[in-house]
Design a protein around this ligand. Sequence first.
Ligand code: NA7
Length: 536
Amino acid sequence: MVERDAVVVGAGFAGLYMLHKLRGLGLTCLVLEAGSGVGGTWFWNRYPGARCDVESFSYSYSFSEEIEQEWNWSHRYAMQPEILAYANFVADRLDLRRDISFGTRVTAAQYDEHQQHWLVDTGGEGSFRARFLIMATGCLSVPKAPDLPGLAHFRGDVLHTADWPREGYDFAGKHVGLIGTGSSGVQAIPIIARQAGHLTVFQRTPNFSIPAWNARLPESQRRQMKKDYRTLRTRARNSYAGDFADEYYLSILEMTPEEREKAFEERWREGGFNYQYAFRDLMDNSAANELAADFVRRKIRAIVRDEATAEKLCPLDHPIGTKRLCVDSEYYETYNLPNVALVDIKSDPITGFSVDALETRSTRYPLDTLVLATGFDAMTGALTAIDIRGRNRISLKDSWRDGAGAYLGLAVTGFPNMFVITGPGSPSVLANVILAIEQHVEWLGELLQYAMVHGISEIEAYAAAQESWMEDVRDSADRTLYPQANSWYVGANVPGKPRVFMPYVNGFQVYEAACREVASAGYRGFRLARATEVAA
Ligand code: NA7
C-alpha cells in the first residue's frame, strides 16, 4: 500500500496544477492517471480539427510568469497537438512526472472514518492511502457511446472523437458517416470532408456555430500579449467568463434595429464566444435571444447554397447559447462541397446497421467508417464511473441519484476530505476552465494550509450548506434561459441522468467572491474537525 498525504485523480490541467500546489505546501502527493501521458481531455480528443474554443492566451495557466513568458502560442485558438504539447511542457518545466503514475485507472475509493483517510483502488495497478482525495477528473472526460440500434452488425471502422486513435486515421477515398453536430462534430466535419471520398452527416439537432476566424498570431501580437499578461489576467479574474474579452456592455433590446444589426455583424466578424458574452440580455430575455438567434440563422441561409440543407442546419429548438456555442472554421461552408450530404435523423431516424451500411427509415447509406461525435457524460461521468464510498459506505452515485451537487461545487456532504476540482455547482464549463481550475486549486491549497496550521484532520461540507448552495445554483439558472435546452449542462444527453443544471451561472467573479467570503468566515459551511474531535 502506497501512502501519501494526498492522492489526485487525473493528470489534466487540474491535476498538474494541484500536484504543483501540494508540493509547495510540503504535502506528499501522487497523481493517478489512466492515460499514458498528461493532458486529460487533450490527451484523448485527437480527432481532426480538435481545437480549443477559448483563445490560447487566456486558455493557459496564469500562476507562473516564467511559463507565460517561455511558452509561445502559435494561433488565436490552439489546436489539440499544441495544447497537449503545452501540458507536456508544463509537466517537464515543473518536474511533475515523478509523482504521476500513468496507466493507472482508479476504480474505487473508500473513506475510512476511523483513520480519516481514503483508500484508493486501481483494480490491479496498486492501492493507495491518503488523507485527502482530490478528484481532478475533468468535466468532459467520459465519452458517451450512443445507443444506436444494431451498431454491432456494422463491420466498418467505428471511431469516437473523444477516444481517437493515437496514430490518426486515413479517410482518403472512404465513405464516411458522422453522427453528432456539437463542438466536436462541427470541428471535425470540415476536415474530414476535405479528406474523405464522401461524408454524410447524420444530424439529430442543429447547433448554433460562430466562426473562429482562427489565424496565426503575429510575433508583434504575441510580444504585446506577454507584456500585458498581468493586466489581462486581472481582467479575466474580474469577469463573468474568466477571459479577456469585453463583456455584457450591450443590450440587444435597447438598440435600434440598425444598431443591433451592426452589433451582431461586428461580433460575428470578431468570432467566438463574444457573440454571446457581449450582450447582457441575451441569456435572460427570450425576445433578445431570438433576435441574436435569428441573425445566425440568416447567416446560415446566406452561406449554405442548398436551401433545404440550410433549413436543416438552422437551430429552432433552443435559445442561442443555452447549448454551448460551437466555434468553427468553415463549418457551414462545408455543406457546399459536392461530396458532403446532411441527413436529418429526427425526421428520418436511424433504424439499424448492416455490415457495410447505416440504415434510416427511408434510405440505406453504404459506409466504410462511422465517426461518433456524440459527446460526453459531462460534469459527473468520470466521478460516478468510480465506486466512491464516503461515510457509512454511502456511494457518491447514490447520493447524486436525484441530481449532482457539491458545496461551492467543491466538496460533497458525506465524503470528508474529498474535493472535486470544477465540480457540479461551480462555474467550470461556463468559464474559461483553466482559470476555474486555478481558482479551485488555489482556494483548496489555502484550505489545506489552514487545516495544517490548525491541526484539522477532517473537512466536510455540512448538508445544509450544500443544499442551500445548490438551491442558489438552481434558482440562478432558472432566472436565465439556460435550463430550456436539452443540453449536457443539465445531463439531458445521457438517458436516465437526473435533470439538474450543474454549472454556476452567476459568473466567475461572483463565484470567486463567494469562495473568498466562505474562507474569510473561517470556512463557513464546512465541519473542520481536529483528530481528537473525530476520535471522540
Ligand atoms: P455534444 O455537444 O454533447 O454534442 C453531441 C452531439 O451528438 C449532439 O449533436 C447530439 O445530438 C449528438 N448525439 C448524441 N447522441 C446521439 C444519438 N444517439 N443519435 C444521434 N445523435 C446523437 O458533444 P461534443 O463532443 O460535440 O462537445 C462537448 C463539449 O466539448 C463542447 O461543448 C465543448 O465544450 C467541448 P443532440 O443535440 O443530443 O440531439
